[in-house]
Design a protein around this ligand. Structure first.
Ligand code: SAM
Ligand code: SF4
Length: 335
Protein backbone atom coordinates (compact mmCIF):
# COMPACT_ATOMS: atom_id res chain seq x y z
CA UNK A 1 0.00 0.00 0.00
CA UNK A 2 1.08 3.54 -0.67
CA UNK A 3 1.17 6.36 1.78
CA UNK A 4 -1.65 8.67 0.71
CA UNK A 5 0.47 11.79 0.75
CA UNK A 6 2.90 10.32 -1.80
CA UNK A 7 3.14 12.18 -5.08
CA UNK A 8 2.96 10.46 -8.42
CA UNK A 9 6.50 9.62 -9.52
CA UNK A 10 7.00 7.08 -12.31
CA UNK A 11 9.78 4.47 -12.47
CA UNK A 12 11.97 6.86 -14.50
CA UNK A 13 11.75 9.58 -11.85
CA UNK A 14 9.28 11.76 -13.77
CA UNK A 15 6.67 13.49 -11.59
CA UNK A 16 3.18 13.25 -13.05
CA UNK A 17 1.61 16.67 -12.52
CA UNK A 18 -0.53 17.07 -15.61
CA UNK A 19 -3.79 15.26 -16.36
CA UNK A 20 -5.63 15.51 -19.65
CA UNK A 21 -9.17 14.28 -19.70
CA UNK A 22 -11.31 13.57 -22.69
CA UNK A 23 -14.76 14.39 -21.29
CA UNK A 24 -16.65 13.07 -24.29
CA UNK A 25 -15.83 11.14 -27.45
CA UNK A 26 -18.56 13.05 -29.33
CA UNK A 27 -17.99 16.07 -31.52
CA UNK A 28 -19.92 18.50 -33.69
CA UNK A 29 -17.13 18.30 -36.33
CA UNK A 30 -15.73 15.33 -38.26
CA UNK A 31 -12.15 16.41 -39.04
CA UNK A 32 -10.73 14.14 -41.72
CA UNK A 33 -7.54 13.27 -39.80
CA UNK A 34 -9.41 12.56 -36.56
CA UNK A 35 -12.69 10.80 -37.34
CA UNK A 36 -14.47 9.00 -40.09
CA UNK A 37 -17.76 10.53 -41.20
CA UNK A 38 -19.85 7.76 -39.68
CA UNK A 39 -18.51 7.36 -36.21
CA UNK A 40 -20.01 5.01 -33.67
CA UNK A 41 -19.87 6.70 -30.30
CA UNK A 42 -19.82 5.14 -26.89
CA UNK A 43 -23.10 4.35 -25.12
CA UNK A 44 -23.82 7.08 -22.55
CA UNK A 45 -23.84 4.60 -19.66
CA UNK A 46 -20.15 3.85 -20.28
CA UNK A 47 -19.19 7.45 -19.72
CA UNK A 48 -18.10 8.70 -16.34
CA UNK A 49 -20.76 11.05 -15.03
CA UNK A 50 -19.81 14.67 -14.44
CA UNK A 51 -19.71 13.90 -10.71
CA UNK A 52 -17.40 10.93 -11.30
CA UNK A 53 -15.13 13.03 -13.52
CA UNK A 54 -14.92 15.66 -10.80
CA UNK A 55 -14.17 13.03 -8.17
CA UNK A 56 -11.37 11.54 -10.27
CA UNK A 57 -9.91 15.00 -10.95
CA UNK A 58 -9.95 15.89 -7.26
CA UNK A 59 -8.31 12.57 -6.43
CA UNK A 60 -5.51 13.30 -8.92
CA UNK A 61 -5.17 16.82 -7.47
CA UNK A 62 -4.74 15.31 -4.02
CA UNK A 63 -1.93 13.19 -5.49
CA UNK A 64 0.02 16.16 -6.84
CA UNK A 65 -1.58 16.92 -10.20
CA UNK A 66 -1.52 20.71 -10.58
CA UNK A 67 -2.68 21.17 -14.13
CA UNK A 68 -5.79 19.74 -15.80
CA UNK A 69 -6.75 20.07 -19.44
CA UNK A 70 -10.22 19.13 -20.65
CA UNK A 71 -10.43 17.88 -24.18
CA UNK A 72 -12.47 15.41 -26.22
CA UNK A 73 -14.13 14.91 -28.70
CA UNK A 74 -15.40 18.43 -28.31
CA UNK A 75 -15.45 19.11 -24.56
CA UNK A 76 -17.84 22.05 -24.82
CA UNK A 77 -20.62 19.96 -26.42
CA UNK A 78 -20.91 17.62 -23.44
CA UNK A 79 -24.21 18.31 -21.73
CA UNK A 80 -23.88 20.45 -18.57
CA UNK A 81 -20.09 20.55 -18.90
CA UNK A 82 -20.05 23.93 -17.14
CA UNK A 83 -20.91 22.09 -13.93
CA UNK A 84 -17.54 20.30 -14.06
CA UNK A 85 -15.69 23.38 -15.27
CA UNK A 86 -17.14 25.56 -12.51
CA UNK A 87 -16.37 23.02 -9.81
CA UNK A 88 -12.80 22.44 -10.98
CA UNK A 89 -12.32 26.13 -11.72
CA UNK A 90 -13.03 26.98 -8.10
CA UNK A 91 -9.85 25.01 -7.21
CA UNK A 92 -7.68 27.22 -9.44
CA UNK A 93 -5.31 29.25 -7.32
CA UNK A 94 -5.78 26.82 -4.43
CA UNK A 95 -4.94 23.18 -5.06
CA UNK A 96 -4.91 23.56 -8.85
CA UNK A 97 -2.52 25.82 -10.76
CA UNK A 98 -4.37 25.79 -14.01
CA UNK A 99 -7.48 24.50 -15.75
CA UNK A 100 -7.27 24.65 -19.53
CA UNK A 101 -9.40 23.45 -22.42
CA UNK A 102 -8.71 22.30 -25.95
CA UNK A 103 -11.65 23.12 -28.17
CA UNK A 104 -12.64 23.45 -31.80
CA UNK A 105 -14.11 26.86 -30.90
CA UNK A 106 -17.63 26.18 -32.15
CA UNK A 107 -19.31 26.99 -28.81
CA UNK A 108 -17.18 29.93 -27.72
CA UNK A 109 -19.49 32.71 -28.83
CA UNK A 110 -21.89 31.65 -26.13
CA UNK A 111 -19.51 30.03 -23.60
CA UNK A 112 -16.28 32.11 -23.51
CA UNK A 113 -17.46 34.47 -20.76
CA UNK A 114 -18.68 31.58 -18.60
CA UNK A 115 -15.33 29.86 -19.01
CA UNK A 116 -13.48 32.98 -17.93
CA UNK A 117 -15.75 33.43 -14.94
CA UNK A 118 -15.18 29.81 -13.96
CA UNK A 119 -11.42 30.41 -13.68
CA UNK A 120 -10.18 29.30 -17.10
CA UNK A 121 -7.53 31.69 -18.43
CA UNK A 122 -6.11 29.93 -21.48
CA UNK A 123 -7.62 28.01 -24.39
CA UNK A 124 -6.10 25.94 -27.15
CA UNK A 125 -8.27 26.37 -30.20
CA UNK A 126 -7.84 24.05 -33.16
CA UNK A 127 -7.92 25.81 -36.50
CA UNK A 128 -6.12 24.46 -39.55
CA UNK A 129 -7.08 27.07 -42.13
CA UNK A 130 -8.62 30.53 -42.54
CA UNK A 131 -10.15 29.57 -45.87
CA UNK A 132 -13.88 28.88 -45.67
CA UNK A 133 -13.99 26.10 -48.25
CA UNK A 134 -10.90 24.36 -46.91
CA UNK A 135 -12.28 24.62 -43.40
CA UNK A 136 -15.49 22.95 -44.50
CA UNK A 137 -13.51 20.24 -46.31
CA UNK A 138 -11.22 19.52 -43.34
CA UNK A 139 -13.87 19.58 -40.60
CA UNK A 140 -16.68 18.21 -42.82
CA UNK A 141 -19.36 19.70 -40.52
CA UNK A 142 -17.75 22.89 -39.23
CA UNK A 143 -18.47 26.53 -40.10
CA UNK A 144 -15.47 28.86 -40.17
CA UNK A 145 -17.47 32.01 -39.36
CA UNK A 146 -18.84 30.45 -36.20
CA UNK A 147 -15.33 29.55 -35.00
CA UNK A 148 -13.92 32.98 -35.87
CA UNK A 149 -16.71 34.73 -33.93
CA UNK A 150 -16.02 32.42 -31.01
CA UNK A 151 -12.34 33.30 -31.15
CA UNK A 152 -13.10 37.02 -31.05
CA UNK A 153 -15.44 36.56 -28.10
CA UNK A 154 -12.78 34.53 -26.25
CA UNK A 155 -10.26 37.29 -26.92
CA UNK A 156 -12.71 39.96 -25.81
CA UNK A 157 -13.37 38.34 -22.44
CA UNK A 158 -9.62 38.07 -21.79
CA UNK A 159 -8.83 34.43 -22.49
CA UNK A 160 -5.30 33.81 -23.76
CA UNK A 161 -5.46 31.87 -26.99
CA UNK A 162 -3.18 29.42 -28.70
CA UNK A 163 -4.10 28.24 -32.17
CA UNK A 164 -3.34 24.58 -32.94
CA UNK A 165 -3.01 23.79 -36.63
CA UNK A 166 -2.35 20.32 -37.97
CA UNK A 167 0.02 20.51 -40.97
CA UNK A 168 -1.62 18.71 -43.89
CA UNK A 169 0.25 18.08 -47.09
CA UNK A 170 -1.38 19.76 -50.09
CA UNK A 171 -4.12 21.24 -47.90
CA UNK A 172 -2.83 24.02 -45.64
CA UNK A 173 0.94 23.91 -46.14
CA UNK A 174 0.90 27.00 -48.37
CA UNK A 175 -1.21 28.89 -45.85
CA UNK A 176 0.72 28.38 -42.63
CA UNK A 177 2.83 31.52 -43.11
CA UNK A 178 -0.31 33.66 -43.46
CA UNK A 179 -1.76 32.06 -40.35
CA UNK A 180 1.40 32.94 -38.42
CA UNK A 181 1.06 36.56 -39.52
CA UNK A 182 -2.64 36.56 -38.57
CA UNK A 183 -1.88 35.06 -35.15
CA UNK A 184 0.75 37.77 -34.63
CA UNK A 185 -1.81 40.47 -35.44
CA UNK A 186 -4.43 38.94 -33.14
CA UNK A 187 -2.03 38.31 -30.26
CA UNK A 188 -2.46 34.54 -30.42
CA UNK A 189 0.34 32.01 -30.04
CA UNK A 190 0.36 29.19 -32.53
CA UNK A 191 1.44 25.57 -32.60
CA UNK A 192 1.82 23.48 -35.70
CA UNK A 193 1.16 19.78 -35.18
CA UNK A 194 2.47 16.93 -37.27
CA UNK A 195 -0.31 14.53 -38.25
CA UNK A 196 -0.23 11.36 -36.17
CA UNK A 197 -1.16 7.83 -37.13
CA UNK A 198 -4.13 7.13 -34.87
CA UNK A 199 -7.39 5.29 -35.41
CA UNK A 200 -9.03 4.16 -38.61
CA UNK A 201 -10.20 7.31 -40.37
CA UNK A 202 -11.70 5.84 -43.48
CA UNK A 203 -10.58 6.58 -47.00
CA UNK A 204 -7.99 9.29 -46.31
CA UNK A 205 -4.57 7.72 -46.12
CA UNK A 206 -2.09 8.87 -43.51
CA UNK A 207 0.84 9.01 -45.84
CA UNK A 208 -1.06 11.34 -48.16
CA UNK A 209 -1.57 13.76 -45.27
CA UNK A 210 1.79 13.35 -43.60
CA UNK A 211 3.98 16.42 -43.78
CA UNK A 212 7.20 16.39 -41.74
CA UNK A 213 7.53 19.55 -39.68
CA UNK A 214 11.23 19.74 -40.50
CA UNK A 215 10.07 20.65 -44.00
CA UNK A 216 7.42 23.07 -42.72
CA UNK A 217 10.01 24.77 -40.56
CA UNK A 218 12.57 25.13 -43.33
CA UNK A 219 9.92 26.62 -45.64
CA UNK A 220 8.82 29.06 -42.93
CA UNK A 221 12.44 30.03 -42.29
CA UNK A 222 12.55 31.56 -45.76
CA UNK A 223 9.79 34.00 -44.76
CA UNK A 224 10.40 34.52 -41.07
CA UNK A 225 13.32 34.78 -38.72
CA UNK A 226 12.61 31.94 -36.27
CA UNK A 227 14.57 32.32 -33.07
CA UNK A 228 14.81 29.27 -30.83
CA UNK A 229 13.56 29.87 -27.33
CA UNK A 230 14.70 27.50 -24.62
CA UNK A 231 11.24 27.26 -23.04
CA UNK A 232 10.07 23.68 -22.70
CA UNK A 233 6.72 22.79 -21.23
CA UNK A 234 7.64 19.17 -20.51
CA UNK A 235 5.36 18.50 -23.45
CA UNK A 236 6.12 17.63 -27.03
CA UNK A 237 6.36 21.19 -28.36
CA UNK A 238 9.57 23.03 -29.27
CA UNK A 239 9.14 26.79 -29.40
CA UNK A 240 10.54 29.62 -31.48
CA UNK A 241 9.88 33.33 -31.47
CA UNK A 242 8.78 34.74 -34.80
CA UNK A 243 10.84 37.92 -34.99
CA UNK A 244 8.56 39.63 -37.53
CA UNK A 245 5.35 39.14 -35.53
CA UNK A 246 6.71 38.88 -31.99
CA UNK A 247 4.51 35.79 -31.54
CA UNK A 248 5.44 32.40 -30.19
CA UNK A 249 5.35 29.42 -32.51
CA UNK A 250 5.49 25.80 -31.38
CA UNK A 251 6.19 22.65 -33.35
CA UNK A 252 4.82 19.33 -32.15
CA UNK A 253 6.63 16.52 -33.89
CA UNK A 254 5.67 13.27 -32.23
CA UNK A 255 6.72 11.14 -35.19
CA UNK A 256 10.10 12.64 -35.94
CA UNK A 257 11.35 13.31 -32.43
CA UNK A 258 11.35 11.75 -29.06
CA UNK A 259 10.09 14.05 -26.37
CA UNK A 260 9.47 11.43 -23.77
CA UNK A 261 12.28 12.05 -21.31
CA UNK A 262 10.52 15.01 -19.71
CA UNK A 263 6.95 13.69 -20.00
CA UNK A 264 4.87 14.76 -16.98
CA UNK A 265 1.41 13.79 -18.17
CA UNK A 266 -1.19 11.07 -18.29
CA UNK A 267 -4.50 10.98 -20.15
CA UNK A 268 -7.90 9.67 -19.17
CA UNK A 269 -10.72 8.82 -21.53
CA UNK A 270 -14.34 9.68 -20.85
CA UNK A 271 -14.90 6.07 -19.76
CA UNK A 272 -12.18 6.26 -17.13
CA UNK A 273 -9.37 4.46 -18.91
CA UNK A 274 -6.06 5.94 -17.87
CA UNK A 275 -3.41 5.97 -20.58
CA UNK A 276 0.11 6.44 -19.35
CA UNK A 277 1.47 7.18 -22.85
CA UNK A 278 -0.24 8.63 -25.91
CA UNK A 279 1.69 6.25 -28.15
CA UNK A 280 1.00 2.98 -26.34
CA UNK A 281 -2.07 0.90 -25.68
CA UNK A 282 -1.50 -0.03 -22.04
CA UNK A 283 -4.20 1.47 -19.81
CA UNK A 284 -5.82 1.15 -16.41
CA UNK A 285 -9.59 0.86 -15.94
CA UNK A 286 -10.36 3.45 -13.27
CA UNK A 287 -14.13 3.37 -13.80
CA UNK A 288 -14.61 -0.16 -12.45
CA UNK A 289 -12.38 0.54 -9.47
CA UNK A 290 -14.18 3.81 -8.74
CA UNK A 291 -17.68 2.34 -9.07
CA UNK A 292 -17.02 -0.88 -7.21
CA UNK A 293 -14.37 -0.07 -4.65
CA UNK A 294 -14.17 3.65 -3.87
CA UNK A 295 -11.54 6.29 -3.23
CA UNK A 296 -8.70 4.35 -1.58
CA UNK A 297 -8.79 1.66 -4.26
CA UNK A 298 -8.87 4.38 -6.90
CA UNK A 299 -5.69 5.93 -5.51
CA UNK A 300 -4.02 2.54 -5.37
CA UNK A 301 -5.01 1.87 -9.00
CA UNK A 302 -3.55 5.23 -10.03
CA UNK A 303 -0.25 4.52 -8.24
CA UNK A 304 -0.05 1.12 -9.87
CA UNK A 305 -0.74 2.60 -13.30
CA UNK A 306 1.93 5.29 -12.88
CA UNK A 307 4.35 2.52 -11.99
CA UNK A 308 3.75 1.11 -15.47
CA UNK A 309 4.30 4.42 -17.30
CA UNK A 310 6.64 3.46 -20.13
CA UNK A 311 9.89 5.20 -20.92
CA UNK A 312 8.69 6.25 -24.37
CA UNK A 313 6.37 5.69 -27.30
CA UNK A 314 6.83 3.99 -30.62
CA UNK A 315 4.70 5.52 -33.34
CA UNK A 316 5.37 4.23 -36.84
CA UNK A 317 3.46 4.90 -40.03
CA UNK A 318 3.72 1.70 -42.04
CA UNK A 319 5.27 3.08 -45.21
CA UNK A 320 3.72 0.50 -47.50
CA UNK A 321 0.16 0.33 -46.24
CA UNK A 322 -0.08 3.81 -44.70
CA UNK A 323 -1.90 2.32 -41.73
CA UNK A 324 -1.95 3.40 -38.15
CA UNK A 325 0.27 2.06 -35.42
CA UNK A 326 -2.03 2.93 -32.52
CA UNK A 327 -5.62 1.83 -32.85
CA UNK A 328 -7.32 4.52 -30.74
CA UNK A 329 -8.93 7.50 -32.38
CA UNK A 330 -7.65 10.89 -31.29
CA UNK A 331 -11.08 11.80 -29.88
CA UNK A 332 -10.69 8.98 -27.35
CA UNK A 333 -7.57 10.31 -25.63
CA UNK A 334 -7.98 13.87 -26.82
CA UNK A 335 -4.50 14.58 -28.20
N1 SAM B 1 -12.23 18.87 -30.42
C1 SAM B 1 -11.18 19.58 -29.78
C2 SAM B 1 -10.27 20.23 -30.80
O1 SAM B 1 -10.33 19.88 -31.98
O2 SAM B 1 -9.48 21.08 -30.38
C3 SAM B 1 -10.37 18.77 -28.81
C4 SAM B 1 -10.02 17.36 -29.19
S1 SAM B 1 -8.98 17.18 -30.62
C5 SAM B 1 -8.85 15.42 -30.73
C6 SAM B 1 -7.42 17.70 -30.00
C7 SAM B 1 -6.36 18.03 -31.02
O3 SAM B 1 -5.96 16.84 -31.66
C8 SAM B 1 -6.78 18.99 -32.11
O4 SAM B 1 -5.88 20.07 -32.16
C9 SAM B 1 -6.69 18.17 -33.37
O5 SAM B 1 -6.30 18.95 -34.46
C10 SAM B 1 -5.65 17.16 -33.00
N2 SAM B 1 -5.68 15.93 -33.79
C11 SAM B 1 -6.73 15.12 -34.04
N3 SAM B 1 -6.37 14.07 -34.80
C12 SAM B 1 -5.04 14.21 -35.03
C13 SAM B 1 -4.07 13.47 -35.75
N4 SAM B 1 -4.39 12.34 -36.37
N5 SAM B 1 -2.80 13.93 -35.79
C14 SAM B 1 -2.45 15.08 -35.13
N6 SAM B 1 -3.31 15.82 -34.45
C15 SAM B 1 -4.59 15.41 -34.38
FE1 SF4 C 1 -13.74 16.96 -33.33
FE2 SF4 C 1 -11.44 17.96 -32.48
FE3 SF4 C 1 -11.51 15.57 -33.71
FE4 SF4 C 1 -11.97 17.75 -35.12
S1 SF4 C 1 -10.06 17.23 -34.06
S2 SF4 C 1 -13.20 15.86 -35.15
S3 SF4 C 1 -12.99 19.05 -33.68
S4 SF4 C 1 -12.41 16.06 -31.79
Amino acid sequence: MHNNTEKLIDPYGRAVTYLRISVTDRCDFRCVYCMSENMTFLPKKDLLTLEELEFVCKTFISMGVSKIRLTGGEPLVRKNIMQLINNLGSEVGNSLEELTITTNGSQLSKMAAELYNAGVRRLNISLDTLNKEKFAAITRWGKLDQVLSGLQEAKRVGLKIKINAVALKGVNDEELADMITWCGQEGFDMTIIEVMPMGDIGSERRLDQYLPLSLVRSNLSRKFNLIDIPERTAGPARYVKVQETGGKLGFITPLSHNFCESCNRVRMTCTGELFMCLGQDDNADLRTVLREKGEEALKEAVYNAINRKPKGHDFIIDRRSGTKSVARHMNVTGG
